[in-house]
Write a protein that binds this ligand. Structure first.
Ligand code: FAD
Ligand code: FES
Ligand code: FES
Length: 1350
């Protein structure tokens, strides 16, 4: 008998595959290593990025090509999920393989993406490029729908997606097969294309500065020519690698890849404990995060029998060797071929697969993996159960059998009846029979690429004459520890008549059978039950409609929310061109693309983790598994036994008393007291990253647990604060003493409280750092951070070194958004300690899973308010208290609170205002800076107040706003006079350009006509003060070096994190030196060039650093002036050379400060805090499915005042990106923390940022014309943070839609609607006959909820 476990009996025992046309033969690699790690670490192809290592971000997307049935097939995949052995005999294409800036050859995908300004930090960009590239390789003429599908699974945190979609839609063909972008028909903008229309729209401004309606025109890009692509490696085809068996033996793991079906069964017989690996999308997570042992793996994918598919009497037979994409394709083929009534189940399998993970996961994942995993929230298992599908199981011992996927199939949480020696060979999906109706529904936190909260699948067989239920099957995912059949309900419904009473009875039965305890794992007990009932109601209406049962209530109502994204992108970007008289070489004010844009698209842009340092060791942190307690001891024994582990560090290695943070209140490692879950306790030093992580997981901590303070409410009760309270009293602006008004005299008062959740930064590049020790005790630190200065100071302080021995530098970072402002020390200090201790370079990189636990988030806030208004709705008095959840240390909580307080007025004049800020100390990671820095939280409270007033007194909220808008020179409660105040201008312009008034009427009409779908439209204004809250931070330095060939090197204190700062600085330098931009270069940001630089934050990067560069350039120009005068016809190079010959210095350091006056937050006395404010207004329209809580952002219009834009492309990119980030904050991003302080949201799997599908397909951004800022460099305004709050406009539009539903159901009062407006919050606010079946929660305190509202 053949010994299938004998490795040498396989055709190949070496791993052979191709990467970018080059052969790779690997004899010594751990089969568990992911392809992403292999590409990056072994092949040094660092263009492929790692953002999450769990298949949830798409940064690692590559294309895999192989031979299938004699044909070459291409598919995209997440290389972080793909085991390296999984590509045996296949060809891999990475971003490096398709184009290169160095070789002056960009692929059309890369060229168009860069040209459309589709990258900012660039970290997600290679993934997007490869997703689009893989799509084109399979389908050179994709439709918009295909492109939308192709990008499922790719996240971008910077751009807001509009430019990416615009670039990629340019490859689309319309229904007639015509290319959307070509010389003839313009750029895909339809009739709005600048080429077809006119180059510009009529100006709102005078002079010669025209307004353009679109940033990029792709019509002159080179066409896509599929014949130019890399060929499939002939060796793989000629030598039939797809039919070769392959086995691999590496130390502890053996990989078996049989091709014969019999061998597969024999392997499972001889190695019953061996795991089958199909798509690895489930197993990869277990390997990465649970460190499971995997001595033997069997990959069955190339066994031909597993790819069998056919129609049989019982239904559709689908082999599990197929990927979910293959399965979907087959389902679609059958849907086309078979009579419609037979395809009920298949149609819903197809629909469900659209929402199942992203395309890159579906291209590899199998249905077998899904069934075997037996997740209670699987999207497919409810369909199998309701349709009574079967699985075909096979084993060598017992042969083939068919088993129904029913109530007996799933034995418990993630357990099935499948035996260890069995394989899942196929699923058999039933066709719907005569008079059978089938439907399935899913609701997730995010519409796309998100696992379900609840999935419901329903089958009913009705007697067509009597409407008697002959058979009914109701199945749910997300309602129990296993997929659940509602057996009791089903039993009682058989024989009943399909009628209105039937619905009532079913809802009653289901609510009884599916009731969830209040503290159920996964939480959301009421919402999950509401969803289960709503899904049935939808099914009931759909079937009734199909049967034309007019007597059924609501039968004519549409219960489907437009789930398909519209197939057009209507987006305009209105900006002012530079004056016609501006010199051609002067780049200022022009929409030039990001200076690294091309390199982002080719993967040639280098990030911290892309840097390889010889002889480098790696560290991984050991983290606290509890939120509060005492550490008794640490046992490193098991960790130290692993080969390659060098040592460890803990509190013993830190000088006594040395602590991190601006307030020196953050221990490097826990010494005794544990103060948050995820707190660093120790670090393991090892020869590679994965080994260090594994060893860290083996460290045993002995600790005692104490009750943590987690929420703001608990902190208030315990009087736990990080610092004393702050106050602002507007009365001190005109008086020496605080004037307290008599509130009993006011006739109209609203009083309330609203919660706003935090937000995870989710920069695509996690935090990373390399420390290299040099002679004389010097340390070179390369870090992904927004503040090189802070890192230098913290390392110097904790290691007792002088700052001049530490050089900290940053080339670029893959997004920061504030999350990399004050957190660098958490990596840099342990890494520096290790570098000193072991005398070797040290690298540390956070996995997303750890990054989200160790570093804090945007501060959650509770905002309490009492507002008095007069009979005209004018705001006469305000008492406002902002409470923040600061976490365990101060970090930046003081600054964040102060900014919240000085934005609590937003754009409104309050006759009197008393504002208080309290910073609660809790056992959470220290919450920190995040774009907006407290401003959005303050403004959110204000805007809620406005709604509350309007709803309580029955006023129009827009009129209330307009009556209270700040006017020119008005003074804020914190003592700042608003000059060049453009609140009203942006408001009016947005109102007009969005056609708000007409659309508001349309929305009202829509809401009258639709019972369960409601729309909301809303206008939201914003004001954002520019400058750091702390005086000394409002300064910047720069160094400008001119070389004898005329080339110029500029260094400044700001970091390039995607916001285009270096691009703007190059524009400023070129303008100041009067040379073309090509002559100017920026290397990196480093403490040895510019000392004491403030963090790149507070939106002032280009304001401050620009001023410093301007100052340095001015000095150089002054020194060159005599040489210009002597040689007026000469050029720049001549004057530079002449100056050099005459021994005139050609370098200058520049310095710049921006306006600041300190507010006295201890006594509440205001000041002219900021130099200026940025204003903007957004208009959003949404549609809400009131039965599920789903929503869809239909359209967004933004008018933003950026003064005279330094670069409209970058400014518009910032506006779009900030808006979508704000939209995520206010509508879907929810941090989940258990009552014991354990953080649940630690990756893209359970924390959802907006995806491309969420971006509005109608998205207009306009830069306010004729605005000039006398306080900003070249009359510009800062832009990074100000638009973020406009994302709340979508929240308020959702609230309007919910309100319309509530009013329809008789709930007319103001209702507190907390942020974010998750599907759960939306649905539970939409009180109706369904929610009336949901039992109320027991009294607070009588049970432990799954999560706490922090
Ligand atoms: C980013 C991401 C998004 C996801 N989204 C969704 C979602 O929306 N909905 C959803 O339901 N799931 C989702 N999942 C879960 C997962 O992708 C699916 O369960 C997938 O179908 C698993 O298939 P696989 O082939 O990758 O399994 P693998 O990881 O290869 O295997 C999983 C398990 O199945 C076993 N197995 C594999 N093949 C066989 C076989 N032929 N016979 C017996 N046992 C076998 C393995 O031994 C292993 O125990 C997601 C996963 C990721 C990473
Ligand atoms: S790194 Fe692979 S999907 Fe995020
Ligand atoms: S550009 Fe997409 S994440 Fe930064």
């Amino acid at each position: 008998m053949k010994d299938v476990t004998d490795i040498s009996s396989y055709d190949s025992t070496n791993l052979v595959f191709y990467v970018n046309g080059k052969r790779v033969e690997e004899k010594d690699v751990d089969p568990k290593m992911t392809l992403a790690t292999y590409l990056r670490d072994k092949l040094k192809l660092t263009g492929t990025k790692i953002g999450c290592n769990e298949g949830g971000c798409g940064a690692c997307t590559i294309m895999i090509s192989h031979v299938e049935n004699g044909e070459i097939k291409h598919f995209s995949a997440n290389s972080c999920l793909m085991p390296v052995c999984g590509v045996f005999g296949k060809a891999v294409t990475t971003v490096e393989g398709i184009g290169s800036v160095a070789k002056n050859r960009l692929h059309p995908v890369q060229e168009r993406l860069a040209k459309a300004h589709g990258s900012q930090c660039g970290f997600c960009t290679p993934g997007f490029v490869m997703a689009m590239y893989a799509l084109l390789r399979n389908n050179p003429n994709p439709s918009v729908k295909d492109i939308n599908l192709g990008l499922q699974g790719n996240l971008c945190r910077c751009t807001g997606y509009r430019p990416i979609l615009e670039a990629f839609y340019s490859f689309a063909v319309d229904e007639s097969g015509t290319l959307k972008v070509s010389e003839e028909n313009g750029c895909g903008m339809g009739e709005n294309c600048c080429k077809l229309k006119k180059q510009e729209t009529p100006g709102y401004t005078g002079g010669d500065r025209k307004r353009k309606i679109q940033l990029s025109d792709l019509s002159d890009c080179k066409p896509y020519d599929p014949t130019q692509e890399l060929i499939f490696p002939p060796e793989l085809k000629l030598h039939g690698f797809e039919t070769k068996s392959f086995a691999y033996d590496h130390h502890h793991t053996k990989w078996y890849q049989p091709v014969e079906y019999g061998d597969l069964l024999s392997l499972k017989r001889d190695l019953p404990h061996a795991r089958l690996i199909s798509g690895n999308s489930e197993l990869a997570i277990e390997l990465k995060f649970r460190f499971i042992d995997l001595p033997a793996v069997i990959n069955p994918r190339q066994v031909r029998e597993l790819h069998a598919r056919h129609l049989e009497d019982l239904g559709v037979y689908m082999g599990t060797g197929m990927s979910l994409t293959d399965m979907d394709d087959y389902a679609v083929q059958l849907i086309k071929e078979l009579p419609k009534e037979k395809t009920g189940v298949l149609r819903h399998v197809h629909e469900m697969l659209h929402w199942f993970a992203g395309i890159h996961v579906r291209n590899v994942a199998s249905v077998a993996g899904n069934i075997a995993t037996a997740s209670p929230i699987s999207d497919l298992n409810p369909i199998w159960m309701a349709s009574n599908a079967q699985v075909v199981l096979d084993s060598d011992a017992r042969g083939e059998k068919r088993v129904h996927i029913d109530e007996k199939f799933f034995l418990g949480y993630r357990k099935t009846v499948i035996q260890q020696d069995e394989i899942i060979k196929a699923v058999v999906v039933p066709l719907t029979g005569e008079n059978e109706h089938f439907a399935a529904y899913k609701q997730a936190q995010r519409r796309e690429d998100d696992i379900a909260i609840v999935t419901g699948a329903f089958l009913v067989k009705l007697n067509p004459k009597t409407l008697i239920v002959e058979n009914i099957r109701i199945s749910y995912g997300g309602m129990a520890p296993t997929t659940k059949l509602a057996l009791n309900t089903m039993e009682k419904l058989k024989g009943e008549k399909w009628s209105q009473e039937f619905l009532d009875k079913t809802l009653g039965l289901l609510s009884e059978e599916l009731k969830l305890p209040a503290g159920v794992p996964g939480g959301m007990s009421q919402y999950r039950l509401s969803l289960a009932l709503s899904f049935f109601f939808k099914f009931f209406l759909e079937v009734s409609k199909k049967l034309n049962l007019t007597e059924i209530q609501f039968v004519d109502c549409d219960v489907k929310i437009g789930q398909d994204v519209p197939e057009t992108l209507y987006a305009t970007q209105l900006y002012q061109e530079v004056s016609a008289s501006q010199a051609a070489h002067d780049p200022l004010g022009r929409p030039i693309k990001h200076v690294s844009g091309d390199k982002h698209t080719t993967g040639e842009a280098v990030y911290c983790d892309d840097i390889n340092v010889a002889d480098c060791l790696h560290i991984a942190l050991v983290l606290s598994p509890i939120a509060h307690g005492t550490l008794n001891s640490i046992d490193y024994t098991a960790a130290m036994m692993l080969d390659g582990v060098i040592g460890y560090l803990d509190a013993q290695d830190v000088t006594t008393g040395a602590q991190m943070g601006h307030h020196s209140d953050t221990p490097v490692f826990v010494k005794e007291k544990i103060t948050f879950h995820g707190q660093p306790v120790a670090a393991i030093v090892a020869t590679d990253h994965e080994l260090a992580r594994k060893a860290a997981s083996l460290v045993k901590l002995d600790y005692s647990v104490e009750k943590p303070i987690v929420t703001i409410k608990q902190a208030l009760e315990a009087e736990s604060f990080v610092f004393k309270h702050f106050v602002i009293h507007s009365s001190l602006n005109d008086n020496k003493q605080v004037i307290k008004n008599d509130w009993s005299k006011y006739e109209r008062i609203v009083e309330g409280s609203i919660d706003m959740g935090g937000q995870e930064h989710f920069y695509l590049e996690t935090q990373q750092c390399i420390v290299i020790p040099h002679e004389d005790d010097e340390l070179e630190i390369i870090i992904s951070n927004q503040c090189v200065n802070d890192v230098q100071i913290e390392v110097a302080k904790c290691l007792g070194m002088a700052q001049h021995k530490i050089q900290t530098k940053v080339k670029r970072i893959g997004g920061g958004f504030g999350g990399k402002e004050s957190t660098g020390a958490i990596l840099a200090v342990p890494a520096s300690l290790a570098a000193k201790k072991y005398g070797k370079p040290i690298k540390i990189k956070f996995e997303r899973f750890d990054d989200m636990a160790i570093t804090g988030t945007r501060h959650p806030f509770t905002l309490q308010y009492k507002l008095a208004v007069d009979e005209n709705g004018k705001f006469i008095d305000l008492d406002f208290t902002a409470l923040s959840n600061s976490g365990h240390t101060i970090d930046l909580s003081m600054g964040v609170m102060q900014r919240a307080m000085v934005h609590a007025d937003n754009v409104y004049k309050f006759a009197n205002a008393d504002i208080t800020g309290k910073m609660c100390k809790t056992h959470l990671a220290s919450n920190t800076a995040f774009r907006g820095f407290g401003g959005p939280q303050g403004m959110f409270g204000t805007e809620i107040m406005v709604k509350h007033v309007a709803e309580k007194f029955g006023w129009d909220h827009d009129e209330i706003r307009e009556r209270n808008f700040y006017q020119e020179s008005d003074c804020t409660p914190f003592g700042m006079h608003l000059n060049q105040c453009n609140v009203t201008r942006t408001w009016e312009e947005c109102k007009e350009s969005s056609d708000y008034c007409r659309r508001l009427e349309e929305v009202k009409k829509f809401n009258q006509e639709n019972k369960f779908r409601k729309r909301g439209i809303y206008l939201t204004p914003t004001r954002f003060g520019i400058g750091f809250g702390l005086k000394q931070l409002n300064q910047a330095g720069a160094l400008v070096l001119v070389y004898t060939d005329g080339s110029v090197l500029v260094s400044h204190g700001g970091m390039e994190m995607g916001q285009g700062l270096h691009t703007k600085i190059l524009q400023i330098a070129a303008r100041c030196l009067d040379i073309s931009i090509e002559k100017v270069h920026i290397h990196d940001t480093s403490t040895d060039k510019v000392p004491n630089a403030s963090a790149t934050a507070a939106s002032v990067g280009s304001d401050m650093n620009g001023l410093a560069v301007q100052d340095a350039c001015r000095q150089i120009m002054e020194r060159l002036a005599p040489f210009k005068k002597l040689n007026p016809d000469g050029k720049w190079e001549d004057w530079v050379k002449a100056a050099y010959v005459e021994r005139v210095s050609l370098s200058a350091s520049g310095f710049g400060i921006i306006h600041h006056e300190p507010v006295d937050f201890f006594n509440g006395k205001g000041a002219e805090l900021f130099g200026y404010s940025v204003y903007g207004t957004a208009c959003c329209e949404v549609e809400v499915d009131c039965l599920t809580g789903d929503h869809h952002l239909l359209r967004t219009d933004i008018v933003m005042d950026v003064g005279e834009s330094l670069n409209p492309a970058i400014d518009i990119g910032q506006i779009e990106g900030a808006f979508i980030q704000g939209y995520g904050l206010f509508t879907m991003e929810e941090i989940k923390i258990r009552p014991d302080g354990i953080r649940l949201t630690r990756g893209p799997g359970n924390y959802k940022i907006p995806s491309a599908d969420d971006a509005p397909r109608h998205f207009n951004v306009s830069l306010l014309g004729n605005s000039s800022n006398k306080m900003g460099i070249f009359s510009s305004k800062a832009i990074g943070e100000p638009p973020l709050f406009l994302g709340s406009c979508a929240f308020f539009a959702i609230r309007e839609a919910v309100r319309a539903y509530r009013i329809q159901n008789g709930h007319t009062d103001y209702f507190a609607f907390h942020s974010p407006s998750t599907p759960e919050r939306i649905r539970m606010a939409c009180e109706d006959f369904v929610t009336s079946h949901v039992p109320a929660l027991p009294e607070e305190g009588s049970y432990t909820p799954w999560t706490s509202s922090v």
